[in-house]
Design a protein around this ligand. Structure first.
Ligand SMILES: C[S@@+](CC[C@H](N)C(=O)[O-])C[C@H]1O[C@@H](n2cnc3c(N)ncnc32)[C@H](O)[C@@H]1O
Length: 213
């Protein structure tokens, strides 16, 4: 897809997410995750093209990863180092069991370890949908536009979670500039009035961009 086609495609997927209109089954929608139903439907739709090569930095229990991969035909990779807190270290045993449970419906390559180091081992131009949901400092968010640039295709879709936080907004702006990206279109998805975890809206806010190198 060229950038114009990709923009049209993402717009349609956002509308599908807004209307919660994919075939994602209730058990996937109910999986414990730091995301909302709209986000899960969006990911299911966004990853439905055959050439999709999805990478998620910070997958926790795989709720967003499974939503992206469910019955879709592309390539799906998920990274986590279980560094956050106690709940996350429990994910070390729960995530493999979940991936096993859904293996007839999707294949996800899970790589445990620091995502920045893992990215160094991935091939050039190998990812076209990059979802960053790991550390949410300004610096880490900006780095998410710089370190992975080599492995991202042009054009690509980049998504950043927790965009409601000013530090994430600053990180996205800094990352776009430092990474030298051309932004063809960007969307700021909100959960109006919600402090954190808006299950009716777009969780804690989501930034989506169609970018070229
Ligand atoms: C908010 S959770 C991810 C939630 C998941 N995407 C979802 O929506 O359900 C953030 C995850 O990022 C992981 N993480 C933070 N820094 C990381 C790093 N440098 N490398 C790999 N994983 C990291 C944490 O262990 C945690 O599981």
């Amino acid at each position: 897809m060229n950038a114009a086609d990709l923009i049209r495609f993402v717009e349609a997927c956002i509308s599908t997410g807004e209307n919660e209109a994919t075939q994602l089954p209730p058990d996937i929608l109910k999986l414990h995750s730091y995301s909302s139903p709209k986000i899960r439907h969006l990911f299911q739709s966004l990853c439905s093209f055959d050439e999709c090569s999805y990478l998620e930095g910070g997958c926790f229990l795989g709720g967003t990863t499974l939503s992206a991969a469910w019955t879709n035909r592309g390539r799906f990779m998920a990274l986590d180092d279980y560094s956050y807190h106690e709940e996350v270290s429990k994910a070390r045993t729960r995530l493999p069991a979940r991936l096993e449970r859904y293996k007839e419906h999707c294949t996800i390559e899970f790589i445990e370890g620091d995502l920045w180091k893992t990215i160094e081992r991935l091939p050039d131009d190998s990812v076209n949908v990059w979802f960053y949901d790991a550390g949410h400092t300004e610096a880490e968010t900006a780095y998410a536009f710089c370190k992975p640039k080599r492995i991202l295709q042009s054009p690509c879709v980049v998504i950043v979670d927790d965009y409601r936080w000013p530090k994430v907004q600053k990180g996205v702006a800094a990352g776009l500039e430092l990474g030298g990206w051309t932004v063809h279109r960007q969307w700021e998805m909100e959960s109006p009035g919600v402090q954190y975890g808006g299950r009716e809206g777009w969780w804690n806010g989501l930034w989506i961009g169609v970018l070229t190198k």
